[in-house]
Design a protein around this ligand. Structure first.
Ligand code: ZN
Length: 454
């Protein structure tokens, strides 16, 4: 097969699966008969194609080193075949050419060379440039301005530019839409309930008690500064319980919320999956890989638990990112999906930014508020009993929670009036009767269900 130097072998654009390299051959080539498929098409001599392969190969691979148990890595023909998207026959022809040009020179100890019996490792992609920009950004946010200046914004623009092009092999993008009634359209939010009074309040007003707090009560979180509430939910009740880091014996109340309009989220977990590998012949390949690698580290930072005493400073950078993604990024994002650090990283959390954290207020009339009987709640063995308290000892009425459950008191009503007029659109709806109580057992994941008697 190898005619030796001097006789050009031609390779056509149709024999090359990699779209970038194929396009290069098509543009630069001349019509000739392809050595490999015998058809007449745009071709380049294999020597010229091999030079391109050499550039890309050297930028991305190095000779494998001996490690315990043998050499890691892959043989060059396999790598070249994958890289170019070609048959082994073509890969071998390219490798032969390169092996003739760059052979092992024993006088040059560390030189790079090609041989069909050597293995090669892919060079770790670096995220140095992005990490540097991120460090600079964190520094300017924490120690210099505490808010966005143009410099901080330009770092984030650079760091997050084009993130939607990262896709999994199944076509899922890191920026994606969650539609109502699709997978991930139901989210759960939990709260520690310290007393029977708390629990009763949660049962009576789940949409406010389990929804985001009103602005004047909102403390700082990883995706929101104090006073600008966000909605922090999870895709399972176990995850939202674990995120609260409850003590053994604590009681966690959780409720379900439906996402009621299509929302756009940055799904950081997509970046941890096997991503569709881009063409190594693409001039932007290294930058893409570096960005992917940085975003992978960024995800680790977002999900890392932060101790309460560190919160004020450590949350600043991610809060600023949330602000950036929800107000400056195009398309405007509504939230971020990230893995939970506390349940082994497999369970997912969602943070919905302030503009997308509004929970629908159920229609309630003053009559409904007035007609609600006084209720009391107490524990009896493994049940939480909610009872009509208007006549002590009288049996609970048939449906004490069916009416007037949405306003506990006048203050709550005023808060809701404020809530109604803040200009944000509804994104979430509390799922009726979805409150569940769980007592935390020996670890944060295992919980036992408490029956509620009404
Ligand atoms: Zn061909």
């Amino acid at each position: 097969m190898d005619p030796g130097p001097g006789t050009p072998q031609y390779l056509c654009c149709n024999c090359v699966g990699d779209s970038f390299l194929s396009a290069e051959i098509k543009t630069k080539g001349t019509v000739a008969s392809c050595e490999f498929c015998s058809s007449s098409a745009e071709c380049l001599p294999i020597s010229e194609v091999s030079e391109r392969v050499d550039e890309v190969f050297r930028a991305n691979f190095r000779l494998a080193e001996y490690a315990y148990g043998g050499y890691s890595g892959d043989y060059a023909d396999g790598i070249i075949s994958d890289m170019m998207g070609v048959d082994f026959e073509i890969a071998k022809a390219v490798l032969n050419h390169l092996a003739r040009l760059y052979w092992r020179d024993s006088s040059d100890g560390a030189g790079f060379y090609y041989a069909d019996d050597e293995k090669y490792d892919q060079v770790e992609v670096g995220s140095l440039e992005y990490s540097w920009m991120w460090e600079e950004f964190c520094h300017s946010i924490i120690y210099v301005s505490r808010f966005f200046d143009d410099r901080a914004a330009s770092y984030l623009e650079e760091i997050f530019s084009g993130i939607d092009r990262h896709q999994t092999a199944a076509g899922m993008s890191a920026v994606r839409t969650v539609d109502p009634e699709s997978e991930h359209s139901q989210v759960f939010r939990g709260r520690l309930a310290d007393s029977s009074e708390d629990l009763l309040e949660i049962y009576l007003n789940p949409h406010t008690e389990l929804g985001p707090p009103p602005a004047h009560l909102a403390s700082a979180g990883r995706m929101n500064p104090a006073g600008i509430p966000a909605f922090y939910g999870a895709f399972s009740r176990e995850t939202c319980a674990a995120e609260l880091r409850p003590a053994v014996g604590a009681i966690v109340a959780s409720g379900a919320f439906e996402i009621t309009r299509p929302i756009k989220v940055l799904d950081l977990t997509v970046l941890d999956q096997h991503l569709l590998s881009a063409s190594m012949f693409d001039p932007g390949y290294r930058q893409d890989s570096d960005q992917k690698s940085f975003l992978h580290d960024f995800h680790r930072q977002v999900r890392k638990p932060i101790l309460p005493q560190e919160q004020d400073l450590q949350y600043l950078p991610t809060q600023a990112v949330a602000e950036f993604l929800s107000n400056r990024f195009k398309p405007r994002l509504d939230g971020v999906i990230y893995a939970s650090a506390l349940t082994g990283g497999e369970n997912l959390n969602i943070a919905l930014f302030n503009h997308a954290a509004r929970v629908e207020v159920p229609a309630t009339t003053p009559e409904m508020i007035r007609s609600r009987p006084p209720l009391r709640g107490y524990f009896e063995h493994d049940s939480f009993v909610i009872q009509d308290n208007s006549q002590d000892g009288h049996a609970a009425q048939s449906d004490p929670l069916g009416v007037g459950r949405d306003y506990a008191h006048v203050f709550g009503g005023l808060m809701d009036l404020h809530h109604r007029s803040d200009g944000r659109v509804n994104t979430l709806r509390y799922v009726e009767r979805s409150v569940e109580l769980r007592r935390v057992e020996n670890n944060t994941v295992s919980t036992s269900l408490i029956t509620v008697l009404q």
